[in-house]
Design a binder for this molecule. Sequence first.
Ligand code: IPE
Ligand code: MG
Length: 238
Amino acid sequence: MDGNGRWARKRLLPRVAGHRRGLETVRSMIRSCIEAGVEFLTLFAFSSENWRRPAEEVSFLLDLFIRALENEVVKLDDNGIRLRVLGDLGGFEPRLVSLIRAAEARTEGNTRLTLSIAANYGGRWDILQAVNRMSAEHPPRPEGYSEELLGGYLALSFAPEPDLFIRTGGEQRVSNFCLWQLAYAELYFTEILWPDFDAQAFSLALESYAQRERRFGRTSEQVTAQKGQTPPRAIEPE
Ligand code: IPE
Ligand code: MG
């Protein structure tokens, strides 16, 4: 979700006005995903590098997160949405951590859409925490570890591999988001700033996705011959 600050500056507003407006886009994207039948939506809200921003902006973003948790979790729950928060929660104040835990527990049984919010998250942090937890539980062995075993310790272990990655705001980089999981995701970059990213912009992204041929290492001919059969998976068992 990139471009909140620029959206505000273009209107001669303080950057934080863009973040407030960006939350509106989050609400509308949740609706669009449900309408489109998307079952997993993961939003990069706050990276482990975002602490480097001015202190007032950081505390505004954390307050916005706290208020959203206080005010919107009932609505999420009523709409069958399961909430998950990914990231190093050790960096947050205890009040925020307990709000997160309570929201996750309340919505745990919901299945319509899993909304994951990456907060104090970094893709490298995720891989490293997974390696550390895995090796604590499984002492090193001669044959080494497998992708499947490691995958079970990643922050998104409950979700299938992502199909589509969207970055708004014009930058064409991944910026430490879901590094492991993006291996086979389709990447989509748009100049549109996050507060302007609406249902129509989302359907353009979905249309672009629909035109991609996902080969997972195979040839185009193999994929065409397989159409109508079970679609290939990114990582197949040997
Ligand atoms: C939102 O956009 C990203 C968040 C950390 C919430 P930015 O705040 O990065 O906006 P720009 O890139 O300055 O326009
Ligand atoms: Mg930015």
